[in-house]
Design a protein around this ligand. Structure first.
Ligand code: SF4
Ligand code: SF4
Length: 465
């Protein structure tokens, strides 16, 4: 028996295409496909039992994945099973490495405690051996190192030395290797960026800018008292100007937003455009400031307010020719290291964790370390962590995500925040209808003010977004 898929979202608005045909957008989170349905077909999808639909329409909706033979429980179990299979796959290994406990910035919304110091030499040897052993292990298809902080560029020399071992290990074993880096950008120069790209296989760099100059420098103050905004923007300008030399590099520009800087995001976006960030290698990433095991309630922007403004910012980003996803277009896989033993986090303190929010946070360093790295036999996967049963929890419907229409593309977002009763739902859960309006505009569709005017009729037409 056919039923409507539980993973279908129909736009509230009706749109008209350049030929004057009217329809509504349908986003299927299970296939990540967006279709334009004629208004009559959309109404039938919403209101009519599949068995009572004309056969031709039912067949077309089934072809688009909007009708399914699975009942809602089976559909959810299929989605969770696919996500679990991805998480259980150890052919692709990732190591989140924190090479230093120090950060040269003192952002007050950060939950980490930063002290000078880094991996002790014996810890460092064990960390490198774990990465190299993963490369050499039969069945490993790729290895990724994610340099993370503290501020990883505070340990630039360590990073270069370890990367040399990793690239040599990759050459010796034939296992593809790449690295990413999350950095505040203040210590990054174009020369260092070239070295990271050419010698250390860094293929993605995530840099944070929290506003235009004055706002960023106040929101992300350097402990030295100096300013970083102009320097970071110069660096980014240089990277984009040399894009041909960084052919495989992705640059993620992250903006952490709270009550203090949300009014300045538009100004930042215009600065970024003027600096040439309307380039295919650059992707904008907007985030609300949230609790990282710390209390940010004084500055956190309300969820609904963030979701409302986010759509306006995305619209501005696209209008300026820069890049930001409108709808999630990939199914969730390994949502984070905490749900897969193929990934692990190794702190500069020498402790192995499963969650990236545990290192350098006093309570978690004390209570949630899975093992000292020196005690972990190199070929073994990390020990089980607190959230490795995430897919069992989804499967048994013991978390709200099991019943959520976004489960296929979201995967639950963050098990840690669910465990702290702080739902980590991305803003798209709240602003999906406004995002569909954006998709419509990008596809040359105009919203129709009054759906009642629209003529009935039209079948299913699939559309791009
Ligand atoms: S549980 Fe949350 S904080 Fe921890 S690694 Fe996953 S997404 Fe990050
Ligand atoms: S985190 Fe929120 S949006 Fe994501 S699947 Fe869970 S309930 Fe849905």
């Amino acid at each position: 028996m056919l039923t409507k898929s539980r993973y279908v979202i129909v736009s509230e608005n009706t749109y008209t295409d350049p030929a004057g045909r009217r329809g509504r957008l349908v986003y299927n989170t299970a296939t990540t496909r967006v279709s334009l349905l004629g208004t009559a077909a959309a109404r039938q999808l919403e209101q009519v039992a599949p068995d009572d639909m004309p056969t031709a329409l039912a067949d077309r909706l089934r072809g688009l994945g909007l009708l399914t033979e699975q009942d809602p429980e089976q559909e959810m179990q299929s989605v969770v099973a696919a996500q679990k299979a991805t998480a259980d796959d150890t052919a692709s290994r990732a190591f989140v490495l924190v090479p230093t406990s120090y950060c040269n910035m003192g952002c007050d919304y950060c939950g980490q405690t930063h002290v000078r110091g880094g991996l002790a030499p014996d810890h460092r040897r064990h960390v490198a051996d774990r990465v190299l052993a993963a490369m050499a292990q039969p069945g490993t298809e790729q290895v990724e190192v994610r340099w993370f902080g503290g501020e990883p560029m505070m340990a630039y020399a360590v990073l270069l030395a370890m990367s040399e071992e990793f690239t040599a290990g990759s050459a010796a074993t034939g296992t593809p290797y790449r690295a990413t880096m999350t950095t505040n950008g203040a210590l990054l120069t174009l020369r260092k960026m070239r070295r990271l790209y050419d010698d250390c296989a860094v293929r993605e760099v995530c840099v944070t800018l929290d506003g235009p100059a004055e706002v960023h420098d106040a929101h992300r103050p350097l402990k030295s008292g100096q300013r970083s905004y102009a320097r970071i923007l110069d660096l980014l300008r240089g990277v984009v100007a040399e894009a041909d030399a960084f052919e495989e590099l992705s640059v993620i520009l992250r903006v952490n937003i709270d009550v203090r800087n949300h009014g300045h995001v538009s100004e930042l976006l215009r600065d970024l455009k003027d600096a040439g960030m309307d380039h295919r290698m650059v992707q904008l990433d907007l985030h609300g400031v949230y609790a990282w095991s710390n209390d940010v309630s004084d500055v956190r922007l309300g969820r609904e307010e963030l979701a409302r403004q986010e759509v306006e910012w995305i619209q501005e980003i696209l209008g300026l020719g820069m890049n930001h996803a409108v709808l999630p277009r990939a199914r969730a896989g390994k949502i984070c290291p905490a749900v897969t033993r193929s990934q692990e986090v190794i702190s500069s303190t020498g402790s192995v964790f499963s969650c990236t929010e545990h290192p350098l946070v006093d309570r978690h360093e004390r209570e949630d370390a899975l093992s000292p790295v020196v005690m972990l036999p190199t070929p073994r996967l990390r020990p089980a962590g607190q959230f490795d049963d995430w897919h069992e929890r989804l499967s048994s419907s013991s978390v709200p995500c099991s019943g959520c229409v976004f489960l296929p593309v979201c995967g639950g977002s963050c098990p840690k925040h669910w465990s702290e009763s702080d739902p980590p739902c991305p803003p798209f859960k709240s602003n999906i209808q406004a995002r569909m309006d954006l998709v419509a505009v990008l596809n040359n569709l105009r919203p129709v003010a009054d759906e009642a005017q629209s003529a009935a009729g039209g079948g299913a037409r699939s559309g791009g977004a």
